[in-house]
Design a binder for this molecule. Structure first.
Ligand SMILES: [Zn+2]
Length: 217
């Protein structure tokens, strides 16, 4: 049976690197899915949508062909709580994956960095993401379709013990430049203050310092 990977692609550095890595290092049938997740507290979907389109085009040109799909969820007007992006990814994956051929594994873009955050460790203790996938997978009525979905979510960068710094060392610079990290852009530019901006700049500074390069990302 074909090994199919459904990669949830946000347009950020982590999932974009996973795409590049899987296309260049495996012969898996890769399908990407991007969620244009629109909500007021982190208005970054425009930049993420543009980044995703550019990343897909780059990887198709420089790696190999793959199928890309998208969906839109618009929660504007609900300012206080929209939940975790990964919860939305898992739920949407359970709608997309049964439509794909072969044995399907769902891949998420978490890194070794993310696993060290207290809030993520708390979720791990409560097994939130895996429980959510189990419930979503079990909600599929068709037994054959359900059984073709890997019960275990795959986090390639966590398995590889890859931190942001490892990604920045390995990912082609042109691809890094196409990705988007900021959670709250200001007039279309990275804010420099959100945790994603800080995390990316800190990783870039470490990599560049070690390589003796002075310019930043
Ligand atoms: Zn930012």
């Amino acid at each position: 049976m074909t090994k199919t990977v459904l990669l949830m692609l946000s347009g950020g550095l982590d999932s974009s690197f996973i795409l590049y890595h899987l296309l260049t290092n495996t012969d898996y049938d890769i399908v990407t899915h991007h969620i244009s997740h629109r909500y007021d507290s982190e208005p970054r979907w425009v930049q993420e949508d543009v980044a995703t389109e550019a990343v897909v085009a780059y990887c198709r040109e420089h790696c190999r062909a793959f199928r890309h799909t998208e969906s839109v969820f618009d929660f504007r007007g609900f300012p206080k709580h929209v939940g975790w992006d990964s919860d939305m990814q898992v739920m949407v994956a359970s709608k997309v994956a049964p439509n794909l051929r072969g044995k399907v594994t769902v891949a998420l873009g978490w890194t070794a960095d993310s696993m060290e955050k207290p809030v993520v460790q708390d979720r791990m203790k409560r097994n939130c993401t895996n429980n959510m996938w189990e419930v979503c997978r079990n909600s599929i009525d068709n037994t054959n379709k359900r059984s073709r979905l890997n019960p275990k979510l795959w986090m390639p960068l966590v398995d590889m013990r890859y931190y942001k710094t490892d990604i920045l060392r390995e990912c082609p610079k042109e691809l890094v430049d196409l990705t988007w990290s900021c959670r709250r852009p200001i007039r279309g530019e990275p804010c420099g203050r959100c945790f994603s901006c800080k995390e990316r700049v800190a990783a870039a500074n470490i990599v560049h310092f070690k390589q003796g390069v002075k310019d930043d990302l």
